[in-house]
Design a protein around this ligand. Structure first.
Ligand code: MLT
Length: 408
């Protein structure tokens, strides 16, 4: 008799952002004439940079002629994009990453979700709380956890982030095998210094663990002293996999392009004592299960590294960061403690009350969508996340409405 993977039954009924979308749809049905402003899911609103559009068009034209047409591409991505990434995102920052260590994909969500399947089912997993829900949910699906009780899964080592530790989790007090880290953090917007990150790298080396470093928001870092990549830290090539995305950086949420770095120096030992290359395993996994990203999309992504592309991406990010500063300032003026928003498009606001209740109140009274902190883990209770991804005009209107709703 056919059975399902019952680990799926341990999951919460729906994914956080689907839950929010349902509540927003219900609100819209009740108030069809009240326009809402979305500062919830981190979905970009500005058009793709002009350089990307030009490259996109040109690549589509190439597909229209037999001599320049492309069929199946390399599953790992085209050389022109991998090379541009290695040069611009890593070598220019002193991080020793080579072209063939970069795997192009259609999203950091898929990669951070899929990577766990190449590791042993009994691996001890450390996951920050609060954090992007994909890391936890995919380990639940795989069967690495027990039941869900009091907001937590048995078998996971939670790395609590709260005001007392400045939202940077302490090192685990027990040995773990796989450690998820995300900086600039989603949802708190908090960043990590090189010294702090070095402690995690040293911990991973000492414990023969691997760090899964999600750097999807690195382009929003303004403070020059902060690391953009874990490979800027000595020793990281031996213990870390890094995830990046063009989604938030260059407006690719609908276009889809991202990449994962798996250094060739990353090795793990099998139960029989053999050394295995993680790079080889991920390559094997991707070649079997992933079709690659389309040629025009990769050309569009590569255009972000041209001189014009760099300038246009910087303007895009500047616009969102102006919003972030405004959101942070307005919420602080209203008396709410905030972190994030300085090197990140997310502002983590302490509401001092039930986060879904605060979400509902902002939706009902201000017509503004945020993300309830509890959706990112137990430590997110009492907080909301406000995203800076919207037009300047919408953000200004949303803040005026929030101010009115929250002023007695
Ligand atoms: C978020 O709002 O946390 C992100 O947009 C989700 C994602 O990138 O999948």
């Amino acid at each position: 008799m056919i059975r399902i993977n019952e680990h799926y039954l341990k999951l919460k009924a729906s994914y956080l952002f689907s839950d929010i979308a349902k509540r927003v749809t219900a609100y819209q049905q009740r108030h069809p004439d009240s326009p809402i402003i979305r500062l919830g899911i981190g979905d970009v609103t500005h058009a793709l940079p002009k350089a990307c559009i030009e490259a996109f068009h040109q690549a589509v034209d190439e597909m229209a002629t037999d001599t320049t047409f492309r069929g199946y591409g390399p599953e790992q991505g085209y050389e022109f994009l991998r090379q541009a990434i290695a040069e611009n995102d890593f070598k220019s920052r002193g991080a020793d990453i080579s072209t063939d260590e970069i795997f192009i994909s259609d999203g950091a969500k898929c990669d951070t979700g899929n990577i766990q399947e190449i590791f042993d089912i009994n691996s001890r997993i450390a996951i920050p709380d609060p954090v992007y829900p994909v890391y936890l949910d995919t380990n639940v699906m795989a069967g690495r956890t027990g039941a869900f009780q009091d907001g937590r899964y048995e078998g996971i080592v939670y790395l609590d982030s709260h005001a007392e530790n400045q939202f940077i989790p302490d090192l685990p007090s027990e040995p773990v095998d796989l450690i998820y880290l995300c900086f600039p953090n989603n949802p708190t917007g908090v960043t990590i210094s090189s010294d702090q990150l070095k402690k995690w790298v040293d911990f991973a080396v000492a414990n023969k663990a691997i760090i899964l470093f999600d750097a999807a928001y690195e382009a929003f870092i303004r403070d020059d002293r902060l690391p953009h990549s874990i490979y800027e830290i000595e020793g990281a090539r031996q213990v870390a996999i890094e995830f990046r995305s063009f989604s938030k950086t260059a407006g690719f949420t609908g276009t889809r392009c991202a990449y994962t770095v798996v250094p060739k120096s990353l090795q793990v030992t099998t139960s029989s004592g053999d050394k295995i290359s993680i790079h080889d395993l991920w390559n094997r996994r991707q070649s079997t299960k992933f079709n690659g990203v389309s040629y025009p999309v990769q050309r569009a992504a590569a255009a972000t590294y041209s001189n014009a592309g760099k300038q246009q991406v910087a303007e895009l990010i500047d616009g969102y960061m102006t919003n972030a500063a405004l959101i942070r300032k307005s919420m602080q003026t209203l008396g709410y403690g905030c972190v994030g928003g300085e090197n990140s498009p997310y502002i983590w606001v302490s509401t001092g009350q039930d986060s879904w209740g605060f979400f509902d109140m902002l939706l009902e009274k201000a017509g503004v969508v945020c993300t309830p902190g509890a959706g990112f883990g137990n430590c997110g209770e009492g907080y909301i996340r406000i995203s800076a991804f919207n037009s300047h005009e919408n953000v200004t209107t949303a803040l005026a409405r929030i101010s009115q709703a929250l002023t007695p």
